[in-house]
Design a protein around this ligand. Structure first.
Ligand code: GLU
Length: 321
């Protein structure tokens, strides 16, 4: 079976160096195995996604030297490659789970649910959902609906542990309870949750390996669980370390100077950035400029660091131009 990896950016902002790091490693993992790469835009949340970011992200990825065999711009047999155009598939999956009696409406407040459409990050979740709304009677539900309350939909989780072997971190075993308990598959405003969309898409796009940041590790048991309930194939997972700023914070949109756009505008060369990232990934002994495809022979999962990496205090000490 040919390896198929994916780049799955959310077009909610410009790519930063941390995204470039994750996409470079995801790309190398697939390409070094002679595999294919799928680009999927995770624009599931209409409030946060912007088409201009979709275009900018594709431009930035190409500038970096990454390519893909299927994607929103080049098409392919598993399209469409924008999650916003795949609503019917997600709806069908929801109906299947509904018919199995696995879903229940949840009337808890928006504040509690606000992060659900995005990929949750470890530590964001707080205490597991206590199952409050799973105990509502039919009468209570009807009364709440009559009041005009719009529920989210949650999936019932069991106490079982999910086990998988991470490509980098080795054997993992987590209970769904540890990962937040019953989780939402649809927000009260109708937006499908990341967890469902990603499972449906990884299977439909025949993805065999999902390489992504270790901040999403706690989502993996949920995704394995959903894939099992829906009878879908599941990829192997590789959770890579995050790039941190010098204060130990993970890179995010507020690090405006570390977007690929800003670095490019400041004169950075793509091969220099890739060289820096490859050095941080221990794929080369020094941050010398290199193109992604020149790293395919050097890429090895067991070479990669497992712990999050602080960026050198002064990026300027490394020649990026
Ligand atoms: N779109 C997700 C993100 O940007 C990717 C999650 C995944 O790779 O499964 O966080």
């Amino acid at each position: 079976m040919i390896a198929r990896g994916r780049l799955a950016p959310s077009p909610t902002g410009h790519l930063h160096l941390g995204n470039a790091w994750a996409f470079l490693l995801a790309w190398l993992s697939a390409r070094s195995a002679g595999g294919q790469v799928v680009l999927r835009m995770e624009d599931i949340d209409p409030q946060r996604s912007r088409p201009e970011y979709t275009a900018a992200i594709m431009d930035d990825l190409r500038w970096l030297g990454l390519d893909w065999d299927e994607g929103p711009d080049v098409g392919g047999p598993c399209g469409p490659y924008l999650q916003s155009a795949r609503a019917q598939l997600y709806q069908r999956a929801l109906e299947r789970l509904e018919s199995m009696g696995m879903l229940y409406p949840c009337f808890c407040t928006r504040r509690e649910l606000r992060t659900l459409a995005g990929a949750p990050h470890v530590g964001d979740g707080g205490a597991p959902y206590p199952g409050t709304c799973s105990h509502l009677s039919a009468e209570e539900r009807t009364a709440l609906l009559r009041q005009g309350r719009r529920p989210a939909l949650r999936v019932r989780c069991d106490a079982a542990r999910e086990r998988f072997t991470d490509m980098l971190l080795g054997p993992q075993s987590m209970s769904l309870h540890d990962c937040g308990g019953d989780f939402a598959l649809r927000r009260s405003d109708g937006v499908i949750a990341y967890q469902l969309a990603v499972v449906v898409d990884d299977a439909a796009m025949r993805i065999t390996q999902a390489v992504r940041g270790n901040d999403i590790l706690a989502s993996t048991p949920r995704q394995l669980y959903l894939a099992r309930l829906l009878g879908l194939s599941r990829p192997r997972y590789g959770h890579i370390p995050l790039l941190l700023d010098r204060d130990g914070e993970r890179l995010a949109k507020r690090h405006a100077s570390l977007t690929l756009r800003a670095l490019r505008d400041a004169g950075a060369a793509p091969q220099a950035l890739v060289g820096l990232l490859a050095w941080l990934a221990r794929l080369q002994p020094a941050p010398t400029p290199v193109q992604p495809r020149q790293l395919c022979d050097a890429f090895r999962w067991d070479a990669l660091p497992r712990h999050n990496i602080r960026l050198p205090a002064r990026l300027g000490d490394i020649a990026l131009c």
